[in-house]
Design a protein around this ligand. Structure first.
Ligand code: GTP
Ligand code: MG
Length: 460
């Protein structure tokens, strides 16, 4: 999706609301001729003579035939999302009407928009930087309070502001050092090496923090991968169903019922968790079950959280100790969950409470104490960072650029330590600047833009 200059001049059109039947649908046009083209098919006031940010009632006509009664909103350049002339036509929400209106406007000179083309134009016309444009996409796709908050913070520019400020300071140093290159004979120092080191170290701290936030950001965006693991018949599938409130996984008293993992999302306290029900862990001679068991072990390694579920009626302390030991060695945070309290021996529960006071006791079958479990699950994800409105990186592209920035900044420090020549030092700084610029879009390539905006849907 590389745009030629000519394409950027086009007036584009797309349905801005979802496909299908609704009370109203909004068709949006953007471009130099957006108002002129709409005016040709609109019967009502002369749209070309109306001020910006006004709404007008009238009809859309193909010749004498009325297609619909509509409301037309006008946004005159540069006071619009794309900074071009923008028209929004609110029609009745039938796909027949929408298609007729779009076809008619195309006949009069508009062109169907490509995915993300509205947002791309907004970016190219300086409405916001690249990180913010990407946040628009995230915002549209966010389906929980947490992901919405992260996208909103980013769209409003918190993230980019921080990067741009530090980048500007570094640019200053780069130019000072490059200036020194012109005076090599004279042995002058425009840029204090000590100050440079302080700035680079400060930058590194910020970058480290942003890189560190990515794990959390990723989790907010894609859901916290949470594996339910335990012996066959512990009640893992029953627990998944209980949390989901639907009979998603097959439950039976035959050990080894679940063989492949089953996954679904659950919103707990505004955070999306991706629960993964797995094959029960045991030594088995059944080949298919064995594959399931090894997949479970793989899933456990990459999980952010494990619910270690054991059957209180069928597990002894020795086994529990051994499992907990294994989980501790794995290094993934886990919650100990004793299941089937409805049938458990109270003495055993007391014994466990003494040994492992943080155990949660539930009955998946009777849906008892599930609220306790939900609360504990939420506690395990450290959301404090996010709630205080700190900047969080949720985008893999930003993450990649940050990691590269960190490396080049470390090279700058290394260069300062070993007193490398100015031209090499300047190169390392320029490289850091390049990667920082990639994040906010001060440095872009057509490929990069095409890649980012193609992820949007048409009409965005
Ligand atoms: N009494 C009681 N029975 C339960 C409870 N939870 C699950 N069960 C029963 O335990 C048996 C096994 O449940 P599943 O959910 O299939 O167990 P699983 O851990 O998924 O087992 P595998 O898929 O074989 O690894 C079923 O007969 C369930 O009805 C509970 O809280 N109390
Ligand atoms: Mg199961």
């Amino acid at each position: 999706m590389n745009f030629t200059l000519h394409e950027k001049e086009d007036t584009i059109i797309a349905l801005a609301t979802p496909q299908g039947v609704g009370a109203i649908a909004v068709v949006r046009l953007s471009g130099k001729d957006a108002i002129k083209i709409t005016n040709e098919v609109f019967k009502g006031k002369d749209l070309e003579k109306q001020p910006t940010h006004t709404i007008h009632f009238g009809t859309i006509r193909d010749g004498e035939r009325i297609i619909d009664e509509v409301l037309v909103s006008l946004f005159i350049a540069p006071k619009s999302f794309t900074k071009e002339n923008v028209v929004e036509i609110s029609t009745h929400g039938s796909s027949y009407i929408v298609n007729q209106v779009i076809k008619l406007l195309i006949k009069h000179g508009a062109r169907p928009a490509k995915p993300g083309e509205f947002t791309q134009r907004a970016f190219l016309n300086g409405q916001f930087d690249l990180a913010q444009a990407e946040a628009v996409a995230d915002l549209i796709h966010s389906d929980s309070e947490a992901s919405h908050q992260a996208a909103m913070n980013q769209m409003r520019g918190g993230f980019s502001g921080e990067i741009s400020k530090l980048r500007a300071e570094l640019i200053h140093f780069a130019s000072m050092i490059e200036l020194e290159l012109d005076f090599t004979e004279e042995d002058v120092e425009f840029a204090s090496r000590d100050d440079l080191r302080i700035l680079v170290e400060q930058l590194l701290r910020v970058i480290e923090q942003l890189i560190g936030s990515f794990d959390l950001g990723n989790v907010i965006k894609n859901g916290v991968p949470t594996v339910i693991a335990g012996k066959p018949n512990a009640g893992k599938s029953t627990l998944l169903n209980a949390l989901l409130n639907e009979e998603k996984a097959i439950v039976s008293d035959i050990a080894g019922t679940t063989r492949d993992f089953i996954e679904d999302e659950i919103n707990i306290g505004g955070v999306i968790f991706r629960f993964i029900d797995t094959a029960g862990l045991r030594e088995t001679t059944d080949t298919i079950e064995a594959i399931g068991v090894s997949r479970t072990q793989e899933k456990m390694k990459t999980a952010s959280l494990i619910l270690y579920l054991f059957d209180l009626t069928d597990t002894d302390m020795v086994e529990i100790n051994r499992d907990i030991n294994k989980l501790e060695n794995l290094g993934v945070p886990f919650i100990k969950v004793g299941n089937k309290i409805d049938k458990a021996n109270p003495h055993f529960i007391n014994e466990l409470k003494e040994k492992y006071p943080d155990t949660i006791f539930i009955s998946a079958g009777q849906k008892e104490n599930l609220e306790l479990l939900r609360n504990r699950i939420l506690e395990m994800v450290n959301l404090d960072k996010f709630r205080t409105g700190n900047t969080i990186v949720t985008n893999i592209r930003h993450y990649d650029s940050l990691v590269k920035t960190r490396q080049s900044l470390l090279d700058v420090i290394g260069g300062l330590d070993s007193h490398i020549t100015n031209d090499f030092l300047a190169m390392d700084i320029r490289r850091s600047l390049h990667y920082l610029g990639e994040i906010t879009g001060e440095i872009t390539t057509d490929d990069l833009l095409a890649n980012i905006f193609s992820k949007f849907c048409i009409g965005k």
